[in-house]
Design a protein around this ligand. Sequence first.
Ligand SMILES: [Fe+2]
Ligand SMILES: [Fe+2]
Length: 131
Amino acid sequence: MVDIKGLYKVGIDEIDAEHDAISKAGYDIHMRLMRGESSDVLLPLLRDYVGLIDRHFSNEERLAENLGKDHVKQHVCEHQRILEDLAQHVESLPDQELSRWKHGFIAMLDGLYRHVVVYDRILARDITGRT
Ligand SMILES: [Fe+2]
Ligand SMILES: [Fe+2]
């Protein structure tokens, strides 16, 4: 998905750049899936994608560390849930029927965008002190 109207910008350059990289990598994988590329080609890319998201989550958690806000704990739990679900889904690629797998992957991409809107925006607001 291309962020045409900046809907997913949170206003912190470092986080926005990481979100852009994740979005572009997810879009690239989605296009490859649509072109029918094989699991052998896709699996290493998907594992890199999981690594990219893992590093981004760690970075957000580092930025949130000293905020002392209640929602940070829930945010970190969401990161763990997303990462575990995604990693599990990626590793199930060779064993699942492809159209069903694609459907699950697209739902996970949607979940990532939802996370930015529901969690990252609040976090960014607290980091920058904006109201
Ligand atoms: Fe994020
Ligand atoms: Fe987050």
